[in-house]
Design a protein around this ligand. Sequence first.
Ligand code: ADP
Ligand code: MG
Length: 257
Amino acid sequence: MTTLLSLRDVWVEYGDKVVLERVDLDIEQGSFVSVVGPSGAGKSTFLRLVLGQEGPTRGQILLDGIPLTAECHPDRGVVFQRYSVFPHLTAVQNVAFGLECDQSLLLGKLFGRAKRDALARATEMLAAVGLEHNLDVYPAQMSGGMQQRLAIAQALIKHPRVLLLDEPFGALDPGIRNDMHTLVTRLWREHGLTIIMVTHDIKEAFKLGTRVLAFDKRRIDPHAPNRFGATAVYDVPVTKKTQAEAIAADLAGGAAA
Ligand SMILES: Nc1ncnc2c1ncn2[C@@H]1O[C@H](COP(=O)(O)OP(=O)(O)O)[C@@H](O)[C@H]1O
Ligand SMILES: [Mg+2]
């Protein structure tokens, strides 16, 4: 097993509010890490750290043993619950935009051959997520599930090694969510991805993950709620048995819904 990401005594503080404290984790390449925990436990903050959108107040984050730099990076793609696609761009433009953004730093906007290549790659990626018949459709014309497929295509176009999912299926109906589980599991395998997925749904966490982390506060000061931060209080490997139980519970829940 190779360690892809390491967090070493990571803290995040906003003013005198401690959000995360003493986070120490190694994340293996190719693993699928589910992150659960109460609202406000710093799960999204944790993803922003890994994305390099934000630096820790203290501690260190290493990717392949090298400290993360806080800049736009093709190593990491991200999908949020909503709003990660641009409403004024069609599906294929949304996906190609990732590449355009990347290269525009050097070249300005893509044109000619580079643009055709970008559109061809975007089309291929849309086919991989099952949107091959929706290339010229705008997000507003898509269902929630289709928008999330689009967001995943957009995140994967740069072939990131780490895919970060922040409650990506929370707003979807159970049947659609199940289709998305199948899709994400397939993409994870086919692209050799490492995935970190925040979810509210513990069944989903165990069904998809190879490991489940629970973020919460270890200690609480009743007089000063901001004094202590959350950390990974549980770190559970998913076994075949726990996964099978989660899938069974998910099926039962889906049937009842
Ligand atoms: N930029 C910020 N400035 C101040 N507080 C913040 C900022 N970002 C997040 N927080 C606070 O950090 C805590 C954790 O937020 P978040 O990571 O979004 O939690 P979760 O995703 O687990 O619900 C919340 O109390 C939130 O208000
Ligand atoms: Mg969040």
